[in-house]
Unconditional design. Structure first.
Length: 592
């Protein structure tokens, strides 16, 4: 039996630990795994730690570099990075639930990395990916973010990172030196510092780092433009469907403080045994001793009065002394951000449908349905909104924005002219509010003040393996399917066993999908290498805010463009400004 285990260990080591061994420091080594991708060799380094585990004393603290005693042997990087602690939410639907992590632990400041090895490439560009999830859920360690094909097709090092989320990443107490907020963003910054310090050991170019994110991950990319501490460590950015300048992307320090105190109260960290209110540093010390479950359970139940009704209460704080070192709103207004970065910004054509399918369906007020247990193309999985349904949605939005009746009527008029069907009007109004208007505003501002390259895109091509109902169109996140080369990694998904499995959009043409994916990755690769994309993709500037449209076939013969800013956005922005002025006048008159 003993001999059996010795042989088993030997075989496992040969199979799993056959990649190169990289010396990271004195008596510190990193060993990866050699894998074959599309007939070529890639070295995969999984679960690489980039900072000290945020446990015990280190919980809520800025990420700390390893001391010499922490890593003093060979680290076998063959297991995916653990997700950071989070509340798992399930729909009972593969298209949603597959993005949930399989496991999580607090020792999660790690990343997964793919390094091309089948050529003599030196100074390879680096692409760093930040996942989405409203800074509260999800992980870089799910299959769809496997960067092996993207690394191979772009001849780049691809890194997908985990960082602290929710309460663990964004708790904040005003008067504490031990819980200062925005730790999740500092984690990302620490990882960029790690790359700057070590990536040359992997034939990477520390002077050619592109940070890339989707949804809140895109907002993270934008956040680093507002942080002086991040400035030396990246050179290009790709923002897919998000920006930190959106009012829904941050909370005020006051809101964060209230939410953190409410969690502290629920886990009995507000008072001592004599019922005396604890000082903020003592509250922090108490919170550091609580279990993950206690804190997650409490954090899911809090929401400060006046906080915007997003599903998640703990998000980046708009004013801090550790990451932004000031107010991001003031910086934005004064254009005090890093302007020396090439940027690619994009969105999908139907951003809001993901949120309609997960938050507005099976409700008689909206007549939009999605039953995951049925086929995506089942007639019951339809969204056929009438005028009353649309007006119900407008009522919801007007209530959140505190529009009066006149302003609400103006809102209806803006979107009455935007589309022919009430369903499409609803998609348009939600996409504008949640994504398109602020992203296009930021793109316009940035293009006006930078001398660097700015490229814009709209991803309007629905994937044939999209498992959501057809009415969701080219939905939030659809662009990632081709960016991460899923047609190459999982070609079996494009071949259907029987007609029942077929999506309404199925073309069952894997060769065409692979060509399309290759073209998308080619654009990402060119941008990450030089900050430029082929002739025919128009650059954005002060007089041209045109976006390249990803649609049609892989030939891209037409090179179609459209205005990145929807026509409805200027009218909506004017309405919001008008409403803010009215509220300020009303407050002034009340004081008098």
């Amino acid at each position: 039996m003993k001999l059996f285990f010795i042989l088993l260990f030997s075989i496992t080591r040969t199979l799993c630990y056959d990649g190169p061994t990289i010396q990271m420091g004195e008596n510190a080594f990193l060993q990866g795994k050699s894998i074959t991708v599309l007939g070529e060799k890639i070295t995969e380094y999984l679960g690489v730690p980039y900072a000290h585990p945020p446990l015990d004393f280190y919980r809520f603290e800025p990420p700390a570099e390893f001391d010499k005693t922490y890593w003093k042997s060979t680290y076998n990087a063959v297991h995916l990075a653990d997700a950071c602690p989070q509340i798992i939410r399930k729909m009972g639907f593969k298209g949603y639930d597959d993005a949930n992590p399989k496991n999580s632990r607090e020792s999660c400041l790690k990343f997964n990395m793919w390094v091309p090895t089948s050529n003599d490439g030196k100074n390879m560009p680096v692409i760093v990916f930040f996942h989405g999830g409203s800074w509260t859920v999800r992980t870089a360690s799910v299959d769809k973010f496997n960067g092996s094909v993207l690394a191979l097709k772009t001849n780049s090092i691809v890194i997908a990172a985990n960082f602290r989320l929710g309460f663990f990443g964004f708790a904040f107490l005003k008067n504490s030196s031990k819980i200062r907020g925005n730790m999740g963003l500092l984690d990302q910054q620490a990882m960029l510092k790690w790359i700057h310090k070590h990536i040359d050991k992997f034939n990477g170019n520390r002077n050619s780092v592109t940070i890339f994110g989707t949804s809140s991950g895109a907002s993270s990319v934008a956040a680093h433009l507002f942080s002086e501490g991040s400035k030396p460590y990246f050179h290009r950015g790709i923002m897919s469907s998000g920006t930190i300048t959106h009012f829904m992307s941050t909370v005020s320090a006051d809101i964060a403080d209230i939410n953190t105190r409410n969690v502290s109260r629920m886990v009995k960290c507000i008072k001592d045994n004599n019922e005396k209110i604890l000082a903020d540093d003592d509250i922090a010390d108490c919170l550091k001793k609580k279990t993950i479950k206690e804190l997650l359970d409490a954090a899911r139940k809090v929401r400060a009065s006046g906080q915007f009704p997003t599903p998640f209460p703990f998000m980046p704080i708009d004013t801090d002394s550790v990451f932004f070192n000031g107010s991001i709103k003031e910086m934005y207004n004064k254009q005090l951000f890093n302007k020396e970065v090439d940027l690619m910004m994009g969105r999908t054509a139907d951003e809001a449908t993901f949120f309609m399918a997960t938050g507005f369906t099976n409700n008689s007020r909206y007549n939009c349905n999605f039953y995951p247990q049925l086929s995506a193309t089942d007639p019951k999985n339809a969204c056929i909104m009438n005028k009353e349904d649309f007006l119900n949605l407008v009522d919801l939005g007007a209530g959140i924005m505190k529009f009066n009746s006149t302003e609400k009527q103006q809102l209806i008029k803006i979107y009455d002219e935007s589309a022919t069907t009430y369903t499409n009007r609803s998609i348009r109004i939600l996409s504008d509010f949640i994504f398109d208007c602020e992203l296009s505003r930021f793109a316009n501002i940035y293009a006006n003040v930078t001398s660097k390259n700015v490229y814009l895109y709209e991803y309007a091509r629905r994937s044939p393996i999209n498992v959501w109902p057809p009415w969701t169109g080219a939905m939030h996140g659809d662009d990632l399917i081709n960016i991460f080369g899923i047609p190459f990694r999982q070609p079996e998904k494009y071949k259907y066993k029987d007609s029942k499995e077929k999506n309404a959009d199925c073309i069952d043409n894997i060769e065409e999908e692979q060509k399309y994916s290759e073209k998308v990755m080619w654009a990402i690769g060119n941008f990450s290498k030089s900050g430029q994309i082929e002739t025919g993709w128009e650059k954005a500037n002060s007089s041209n805010l045109k976006a390249f449209i990803f649609n049609g076939t892989s030939s891209f013969e037409k090179k179609e463009h459209k205005n990145f800013r929807p026509k409805t956005c200027d009218k909506l922005s004017n309405l919001i400004i008008q409403s803010i002025k009215r509220k300020m006048e009303e407050m002034k008159s009340k004081k008098n």
